[in-house]
Design a protein around this ligand. Structure first.
Ligand code: C2O
Ligand code: CU
Length: 486
């Protein structure tokens, strides 16, 4: 296995991807940043220097499980102190599995400021994918706001994207999701939620005398942005030759049924099924609500809105600090009987805090995400949930309130896909299962950056005693001020 060294300078640069000039956070002057290419089993070292004048930074390697290096997961407040202006941190981790992944900022709202890019991991030599193709192209979809990241305060929300094919043109075959091979299926449009990665195969078998539109449309919330356009170019046509047809507008933004149908269609490839443990040791039901904390809009899980501590959880737990975060365990469920998920809550208030779920190492945990009405009448939103450090099996999706005696009978235990991100649909539930087999402290949160910023996340700890000595480079904040390298 090889080691890939990258030297990154993170700073503000003027960018104008849509002709509107604004400041973006860039890596070596670029946004998206450079793609990290590696092969399964390789080590990646990123020497990151923060040359912004006034902002901290932390970068998360989304989809990389960080076996043995939980301190390099890159999550501010959870696994590290943010990198301060002028400082350098060496991230070092092994890419343990082939697939398409992301990296992105995990501090404040810096994703929307432009700090993200690809991690592309090849299979080992001599191992091939269960599908064939001639060329490999990458497309990264991102919300792009004209306001500064500071203006995107509480209340603003990024929206899931979807990539739609061309109606009289190509279909796509979905073959990979978050690093797992998918039982291939064909679709015209692909819904992509924030934090999800897919590989699709497009067969260039249409009229080759013309080019075709690739279009993206915002769904999930009523879009006020124009359709994003790209050109699918057939050689030797001029690559900017506009297609002769109008770009498609795709399915309606609020067509939850078709999104749900796509989610349900994503199953593990028949040759790559990893069966989940047949039962779980613990079930955690997380009610997703929009609330008020001191009159400010927040998102909460079982009525607790996450506020990150000044000292990262990983450091606190390793050093047995008990005064740095809330020591009371958060609730494993909510008042299922009486809570009306279809109405605005009677009591809108939640608490802002930072407790953690302590999971027994190597046990199996089921998480039921339960959606509800927001603070607006007749409104419930889609939340893509992302788990750090693990893949989980997606056991099922349903409408309405989850029924703990009835609904588990419908779980797919035969060929569920393993992923790190899963959508929770309006007024519905999503069930997933994971094995707490990776020692560390791991964030589980809605991947819409502004929702997480507004408290939409929980923290799991498992096997902290198995975590090796923490590098000093992740310390230096909160109670670890004195632990910084001299
Ligand atoms: Cu890609 Cu915690 O996120
Ligand atoms: Cu959300």
């Amino acid at each position: 296995a090889k080691t890939h060294y990258h030297v990154w300078d993170v700073k503000y640069t003027y960018k104008f991807p849509d002709c509107y000039k604004k400041l973006a956070i860039t890596i070596n002057g670029e946004s998206p940043g450079p793609t990290i290419y590696a092969q399964q089993g390789d080590t990646v070292v990123v020497r990151l220097t923060n040359t912004m004048l006034t902002e901290n930074v932390a970068v998360h390697w989304h989809g990389i499980r960080q076996y043995g290096t939980p301190w390099h997961d890159g999550t501010d407040g959870v696994t590290q102190c943010a990198i301060m202006p002028g400082e350098t941190l060496d991230y070092k981790f092994v890419v343990d599995r082939a697939g398409t992944y992301l990296y992105h900022a995990h501090y404040g709202m810096q994703i929307s400021a432009g700090l993200y890019g690809f991690i592309i991991v090849k299979l080992p030599d001599g191992v091939s994918e269960p599908f064939a193709y001639d060329h490999d192209h990458t497309i990264l979809l991102k919300d792009w706001y004209h306001g500064s990241t500071y203006e995107e305060a509480v209340g603003l929300s990024s929206i899931p994207f979807k990539w739609v094919g061309e109606p009289q043109g190509h279909n796509v075959t979905v073959v990979e999701a978050d690093g797992s091979f998918v039982e291939p299926f064909v679709t015209k449009s692909l819904y992509i939620n924030s934090g999800e990665t897919y590989s699709v195969i497009v067969k260039a078998d249409q009229d080759s005398k013309r080019n075709y539109w690739i279009t993206t449309n915002v769904v999930g919330r009523k879009p006020s942005t124009p359709t994003g356009l790209g050109i699918f170019n057939y050689y030797p046509n001029y690559h900017y030759k506009y297609p002769t047809t109008e770009p498609t507008t795709g399915p309606f933004w609020n067509d939850t049924a078709s999104k749900l149908a796509q989610s349900r269609a994503i199953k593990a490839h028949h040759d790559y099924v990893t069966a989940p443990p047949p039962t779980s040791d613990r079930v955690i039901v997380l009610l997703n609500t929009q609330n008020l904390v001191n009159d400010i809009y927040r998102w909460s899980l079982n009525n607790i809105s996450l506020s990150l501590p000044l000292t990262p959880f990983l450091v606190s737990l390793k050093h047995n600090f008990t005064d740095t975060f809330d020591q009371n365990p958060p609730p494993d469920t909510y008042d299922v009987e009486n809570y009306d998920i279809y109405s605005v809550a009677e009591n809108k208030n939640a608490t802002s805090s930072n407790p953690i779920y302590r999971i027994d190492f190597n046990t199996t945990v089921d998480i039921i995400l339960q959606n509800a009405n927001t603070m607006t009448n007749a409104t419930s939103e889609t939340h893509p949930w992302h788990l750090h450090g693990h893949d989980f099996w997606i056991l099922g999706y349903g409408d309405g309130k989850f029924n703990i005696t009835k609904d588990p009978k419908s779980y797919n235990l035969a060929n569920p896909i393993m992923r790190n991100t899963v959508p929770l649909y309006p007024y519905g539930w999503t069930a997933l299962r994971f094995r707490a087999d990776n020692p560390g402290v791991w964030l589980f949160h809605c991947h819409i950056e502004s929702h997480f910023y507004m408290g939409m996340g929980v923290v799991f700890e498992a096997g902290i005693d198995k975590v090796g000595a923490l590098p000093k480079s992740i310390m230096g904040c909160g109670k670890t001020k004195h632990m910084i390298n001299p």
